[in-house]
Design a protein around this ligand. Structure first.
Ligand code: NAP
Ligand code: ZN
Length: 352
């Protein structure tokens, strides 16, 4: 065991502040990574504030962070894919049973025994796992990802959550040239969704509550932007979408979007509103519409997504902050004031 610096919250009403945590020494299959950048996902905020208490209660203290990129500092004797000095990334998962049907299909993200990067049982040290708002992390090499060398590192960090969470459902539902795709909410996930839908050749429409994001949406790859509070603008798109990706982090009207789907169209929820959303049966039955959900992505597909980003030069648009500004960033996230992902420069933790 060794000590490493981190930022944690001790209760659902406490700000994040400096602390010291313990990490295991690398065992034979482990990779130790010095964390260079860690993205701030809205899930970090939901968890820190225990907003999902009914489904995924938070154990305190919590060290959030599951958009990790860094450099390998040490590897166990059985590690074959990484060596000290390599770039590496870690997303939302650090372990799974490896034996269930989902794991065998490379869908560790649907393993019933998956271990999340933070706020999950830590079978090595006891207590819960601690995430990436920290100096270093130790992870089984099966859950470590290769980082394309041509990409900006701060912009890579969000790919391993915001990136894969939007890439995976678009691949699953066959987004290609000729499809009309909607992306609801232009935040961390939404802006990656726009980039991927555009790269896959779709006609992309962004739905936003923030009119001032219109120009950015077009620059990110949207073909059209709809301010969702404008009922007339919404109505113009009725019954026309093949696929809509909903990334909204709070309660909102799903029926307004379901009604925009064509026959057999699909709306996939990736945003996790802390309160249940109402669905009117008519929104679905009148056009045999489908409502789905999706949870991050498996490890093989996450690597595929990173390689795709390397080939297409795709990274997140980031605002890099020192860790001392993390509580301020959370306040801005609540107000949808993010363009389009906060990423912590972990060098700032060294001065704590
Ligand atoms: P984010 O950066 O805060 O973006 C969310 C966006 O949703 C906002 O920028 C805003 O976009 C829109 N929005 C926020 N409140 C709204 C409201 N009351 N009504 C309508 N629109 C609203 O968050 P994120 O990091 O992208 O995460 C989004 C959600 O996905 C969170 O709930 C997070 O927990 C979840 N998530 C799920 C997975 C998964 O595997 N399924 C993975 C990661 C995150 P506009 O300003 O454009 O309206
Ligand atoms: Zn996330």
């Amino acid at each position: 065991m060794y000590n490493t610096k981190a930022y944690s919250a001790v209760s659902e009403t406490s700000p994040l502040s400096s602390t010291t945590i313990k990490r295991r020494n690398p065992t034979e299959h482990d990779v130790q990574i010095e964390i260079l950048f860690c993205g701030i996902c809205h899930s970090d905020l939901h968890s820190v504030r225990n907003e999902w208490s009914e489904f995924e209660p938070t154990t305190y203290p919590i060290v959030p962070g599951h958009e990790i990129v860094g450099r390998v500092t040490q590897v166990g004797s059985a590690v074959t894919k990484y060596k000290p000095g390599d770039l590496a990334a870690v997303g939302c998962l650090v372990d799974s049973d490896g034996t269930c049907l989902n794991c065998k299909a490379g869908l560790e993200n649907f393993c019933p025994n998956q271990i999340l990067t933070y706020n999950a049982p830590d079978k090595h040290l006891g207590g819960v796992t601690y995430g990436g708002y920290s100096d270093s992390i130790v992870v089984d090499e099966r859950f470590v990802l290769r980082v394309p060398s041509n990409l900006n590192l701060a912009g890579v960090a969000p790919l391993v959550c915001a990136g894969i969470t939007t890439y995976s459902p678009m691949r699953h539902w066959g987004i290609t040239k000729g499809k009309k795709v909607g992306v609801v909410g232009l935040g961390g996930l939404g802006h990656m969704g726009v980039k991927f839908a555009h790269a896959l050749g779709a006609h992309v429409v962004v739905f936003t509550t923030s009119p001032d994001k219109t120009e950015d949406a077009l620059r990110l790859g949207a073909d059209q932007v709809v301010v969702s509070r404008n009922a007339d603008e919404m109505h113009k798109h009725a019954g026309s979408f093949d696929f809509i990706l909903d990334t909204v982090s709070a309660k909102h009207d799903l029926n307004a979007y379901l009604n925009l789907l064509r026959l057999d169209g699909n709306l996939t929820l990736v945003g996790v509103s802390p309160v249940p959303l109402d669905v009117a049966a008519f929104s679905l039955i009148v056009a045999r519409r489908n409502l789905s959900g999706s949870n991050i992505g498996g490890i093989p597909e996450t690597q595929e997504m990173l390689d795709f980003c390397g080939e297409h030069n795709i990274t997140a648009d980031v605002e890099v902050i020192p860790i001392q500004k993390v509580n301020e960033a959370y306040e801005r996230l609540v107000k949808s004031d993010v363009k389009y992902r906060f990423v912590i420069d972990m060098a700032s933790l060294k001065s704590e």
